[in-house]
Design a protein. Structure first.
Length: 147
């Protein structure tokens, strides 16, 4: 009877330790940069500007709703609550040939502004756009008509 009780305690203790270790490995540390990359590609009759992140984000809303040369997208990092750094990408990370298709001039992550965090994009001319997030929640997509 005592041996069965000891075996039960050992099994329970090992299982508990295993769960603690699994939980510990799931904790995600903040990456040095939230913004990872910017890609531009064609999809049918549309151009897609894909802003990639180093951790999952959720699209919440954006302003303005109509055509504009400036778009501010409210996002929410899913894995971390304390991502407050501001980051600037600009247009230098986009291949020059694609700037003709998507006239973006500035891309910035604004993490420590009131009401934020925001992904802000400035264009060289007013554009029509739709906003989506990809299924991995690691990209915000701006879908623009082909010019």
């Amino acid at each position: 009877m005592i041996e069965k009780l000891l075996n039960w305690k050992i099994v329970t203790g090992v299982a508990f330790l295993g769960l603690v270790l699994l939980y510990t490995f799931q904790i995600v540390e903040a990456p040095n940069r939230l913004l990872q990359d910017v890609l531009v590609y064609e999809e049918g009759q549309k151009n897609v500007l894909q802003v990639k992140f180093n951790l999952p984000v959720r699209y919440e809303n954006h302003f303005p709703q109509g055509p504009s040369d400036f778009v501010q997208i409210k996002i929410r990092p899913v894995s971390l609550s304390g991502v407050q750094k501001n980051e600037y990408i600009g247009s230098d990370t986009i291949l020059p040939g694609f700037l003709e298709k998507v006239p973006v001039s500035d891309i910035a992550y604004e993490g420590d502004v009131n009401g934020g965090p925001f992904l802000s994009l400035r264009f060289s001319k007013p554009v029509n756009y739709q906003i989506a997030e990809d299924s991995s929640m690691r990209s915000i997509l701006l879908i623009l008509p082909a010019s």
